[in-house]
Design a protein around this ligand. Sequence first.
Ligand SMILES: CC(C)(COP(=O)(O)OP(=O)(O)OC[C@H]1O[C@@H](n2cnc3c(N)ncnc32)[C@H](O)[C@@H]1OP(=O)(O)O)[C@@H](O)C(=O)NCCC(=O)NCCS
Length: 169
Amino acid sequence: MECRKRVLERIEVNGDVITIREACDEDKDALVRFYESLRTETIYTRFFTIIKYFQPYVERILSKSRSVIVVAETSDGRIVGVAEAVADDGDAESGIAVLEAYQGKGIGKALARAIVRLAAEKGLKRLYGYIMTGNYRAYRLARKFGAKVVENYGDMLLMEIPINLERKD
Ligand SMILES: CC(C)(COP(=O)(O)OP(=O)(O)OC[C@H]1O[C@@H](n2cnc3c(N)ncnc32)[C@H](O)[C@@H]1OP(=O)(O)O)[C@@H](O)C(=O)NCCC(=O)NCCS
């Protein structure tokens, strides 16, 4: 995966400075550790299933030629949030998760901002994501970025997030 570990933003959370930056292949082990440290309930709301071992998943998203992955990292190098736009072509499936102790402090919003910006710069055409019905936190976050419901599957919503920035490549 082409990657420059670009820093997009720094925010203060819990008295620490959190860096929002692009993730690279060398983040593989840290990404696996992040996902495997999430509570089962968080994993279920993010992936709609229970996953125990994340190595194959992380390898898959890193291998996609047009994936965009953004991490939130503490000053001592621990990943506490990840947003992804996983793509082979112009359509990218997006997902986001923040470590429970760090939720509700603006990290999700900063990750979403970064993923929309990088998706635009990479020339992705569509950014969509699935959200469980009743996941108001994720729904409100998506709405802040102008996302609209394009399908309602009853227990699941498919939302499309506009990529409305100018391309800079
Ligand atoms: C959804 C999630 C990524 C949000 O990240 P976060 O860091 O907690 O969110 P933020 O603190 O940046 O808040 C962003 C917005 O979410 C909403 N939000 C945050 N905390 C909330 C709460 N306790 N109740 C309701 N809405 C809330 C608000 O709209 C907020 O914007 P505001 O602060 O301007 O009001 C995080 O809660 C998470 O990891 N959840 C489990 C996985 C998941 O649901 N992923 C989404 C599906 S792919």
